[in-house]
Design a protein around this ligand. Structure first.
Ligand SMILES: [Zn+2]
Length: 193
């Protein structure tokens, strides 16, 4: 895991928790999310914003597998984004969730809502192991579109049930439904899926 020194408090911080923060005349500084939030709070008049760090938690999915989730809270002007994500080799990967609230909201209430969202997602499995490898279990697939750095073409890597699926493999899964129709809806990370 790459560690970066926060230019605010000087703490050694994992790079996924570093935000490049720029202000006019000062250039960019690499800040940990705590220092970043403090800066944003100062500039947006949300001084009363309570910066709470949450310890990682474990959750079990429908298949009985354990997932460790890390949390990050960011004050983004007039919204607060609370993210939960898994880490693989020190980088966010697998399941990822986001909830957006107002700076005045109780962050523990936001956390409660986020955990509810995570529970709901972890209790659903869209893919199942079939005769020919992974298959679509029912008729609905929910997932996330990510960058596939192993792909020569600019094709997405999709994450379903916390698993990375190449565009090619996903295409193969769809062939079970040859001749059927589909509907594709895209929504932002904080929206309900
Ligand atoms: Zn800091």
């Amino acid at each position: 895991m790459r560690q970066v020194q926060c230019e605010g408090c000087g703490e050694s911080t994992p790079d996924y928790d570093i935000v490049s923060y720029g202000t006019t005349g000062q250039g960019y500084r690499d800040l940990c999310s705590r220092c970043f939030n403090a800066e944003v709070a100062k500039h947006t008049g949300h001084e009363s914003f309570a910066n709470v760090s949450f310890e990682p938690i474990w959750m079990v999915d429908r298949a009985g597998e354990r997932h460790e989730f890390h949390f990050q809270t960011r004050l983004l002007g007039d919204v607060v984004a609370l993210d939960a994500f898994e880490l693989r080799d020190g980088s966010p990967a697998g399941y990822r969730f986001q909830l957006v609230g107002q700076p005045g909201n109780d962050v523990f209430v936001l956390l409660g809502r986020l955990i509810e969202k995570m529970r709901r997602a972890l209790s659903t499995q869209h893919l199942t192991d079939g005769e020919y490898g992974l298959q679509i279990a029912d008729r609905t697939v929910r997932g996330r579109i990510e960058w596939d750095d192993s792909a020569a073409e600019r094709t997405p890597l999709i994450v379903v049930d916390g698993q990375e699926i190449s565009w090619e493999d996903f295409g193969r899964m769809l062939m079970t439904f040859e001749g059927w129709q589909f509907k594709l809806e895209i929504s932002d990370p904080s929206e309900k899926l």
